[in-house]
Design a protein around this ligand. Sequence first.
Ligand SMILES: [Zn+2]
Ligand SMILES: [Zn+2]
Length: 400
Amino acid sequence: MATTQNKDYYATLGVKKTATSDEIRKAFRKAARKYHPDVNPGDKKAEEKFKEISEANDILSDEKKRKVFDQLGFYSDQIDPATAEAYARQQGAGGGRAPVDFDGFDFSGFQGGPGQHAGAGTQTGPGSPGWGSFKDIFSGIFSGQQPQRPRGPQPGTDLEYQATVDFWTAIRGGQARIQVNRHETCPTCHGQAHMGGVVQCPECSGTGQVTQMGGRMKFNIPCPRCNGTGRASNDCPTCQGEGVVTKSETVEFRIKSGTRDGQRIRLQGKGNAGLNGGAAGDLFLIVRTGTHPVFNRVGDDIQLTVPVTIAEASLGAKVDVPTIDGRAQLKIPPGTQSGQKLRMRERGVENAQNPSQRGDEIVTIEVQVPTLNDERSREIMRELGKLNNQDPRVALFDKI
Ligand SMILES: [Zn+2]
Ligand SMILES: [Zn+2]
């Protein structure tokens, strides 16, 4: 069996195994400047070296990839860090690296059990406990390819959607609708997924074996689709053997008055259809309430800014302000400042849990300064200035 040297990415970049990501980045940059093909036109050796350092950097600069490499002494996209760790633990050696080279390795050779893998060039000898569980570990690598679907009833999965509800519907309650994509029981096979009979497995063309590439490694593994038998069940053409089809559907739902932004609504049985008679999942809606050009809703409170004249603010006044129930009178106390907040009790939103409770409307006063276009108004303003000549900036300077 042909074996190649394991790569030592750390040596390639000239860093210690304990190097920080910063040190790795710096080492790569330095080497890249030296070996970049632009700097060494036509130099095959430099080009090769540049490829090597790029590969080393690709692995070591990625925390997950580096972890796999540290555990196994090689890297493959097919292996996640948890599997690598489990494998390293299996190897015993206190989490040390396993100097195994899988290049060109025919994995199917292991099915006969330990003893057939002479020449793999490993520390772990044939028949050692490490090898016995080797197959189990690698079958775990190709996760998500469970060969056989369970035949019993399987419940459908839940769905979660964000549902935008307009400002007034959220406050007053009402009906709303949302478009969802959900799995429905296949109308052709009624969820059976198969049409009966057996056909040649389309995945492996009947050979029962498929080749998996993992970086430089190549594995022949039993075909996950047919479990190595080369024969597959006759899948329903409508659902391709899934038993369910995806359908876009408009779902109508009721909104309680006072529904808040972010509130969850559960619609039982409106999730994905189950398999083999399993119950459907639920549909969860996260309500996003719409905004309004004047009212700003914060929980059950309504906030808005109301402009008043200088005369209204200084002398006091009763002004009409908008509320979610229509106009209401607000008393502006004499001497109200711009930015001051006035609370109108129970003019806010009905509480969804307790409809007898209402929020408040909080009015921010904005004093509007008039533009004086006539001499008489300017005269009055000057007069007013003379009569009230306190310096409003005194407190400001006092604090310095
Ligand atoms: Zn079907
Ligand atoms: Zn197959």
